[in-house]
Write a protein that binds this ligand. Structure first.
Ligand SMILES: [Cu+2]
Length: 217
């Protein structure tokens, strides 16, 4: 999983930085060793798809690593078709919770993501309304950039690459996992559009497109 993150982030530039003894020859080195410079791009383009395929295979079989030591909770994201579309793992810390998300099959671009009040993502065909509204114990307005904000539910947007993948590690300051896990749990909800971090009530983020339910049912 770490390898996939590394490959994804590094794209085609610096495969060697990802380490690992079984790596194919780094693209940089291939370019240096090529007898004729004009051959290098060809070699690079031949190697890159193989790397991506291997990364895909790894994704099938490896869980996303927890973001820190400690007891973690991990659940799948559910998409609007009811199928698993990624994974979320959360670890509680003394000042809040640290979470990682790993999503697939989403539309390219930035997407709003929030913590919703209820750990129920069962109504995938009904817009994930059962996950309720945003966690907001301090009674603030929505929006990280709002002078009257923000809700503890509010977190930065995630970015989905052209291949539909998004990965992020996010720290939710002031909200521990124990607090979020009240009697009905909570959910991490991904929205259709970016959150502008200002507009009420959800920053213009639109429909709910993926939902990860944390609960004790
Ligand atoms: Cu939301």
């Amino acid at each position: 999983m770490f390898r996939m993150i590394c490959l994804s982030a590094a794209s085609f530039l610096a495969v060697s930085a990802c380490g690992g003894g079984d790596e194919p020859k780094p693209v940089e080195n291939a370019a240096e060793e090529a007898p004729q410079p004009e051959l290098a791009p060809e070699m690079a383009s031949e190697e890159a798809p193989a790397e991506m395929e291997m990364a895909e295979e790894h994704h099938e079989h490896h869980e996303i690593p927890a973001p820190a030591a400690g007891e973690d909770m991990r659940v799948d994201f559910t998409g609007t078709d009811g199928e698993a579309t990624g994974e979320a793992v959360v670890v509680s810390g003394p000042h809040g919770m640290l979470m990682r998300v790993d999503l697939v099959d989403l539309e390219h671009g930035f997407h709003g993501m929030h913590l919703h009040q209820v750990g129920d993502c069962s109504d995938f065909d009904g817009g994930f309304k059962l996950s309720g509204s945003h966690i907001n114990p301090t009674g603030k307005e929505h929006g990280l950039m709002n002078p009257a904000g923000f809700e503890l539910a509010d977190i930065p947007n995630i970015y989905v690459h052209h291949n539909g993948h998004a990965r992020a590690e996010i720290f939710v300051a002031g909200l521990t996992l124990e607090d979020a896990m009240d009697e009905d749990g909570f959910a991490i909800v991904v929205h259709e559009n970016p959150d502008d971090h200002m507009t009420q009530p959800i920053g213009g983020a639109g429909a709910r497109v993926a939902c990860a339910s944390f609960n004790v049912f």
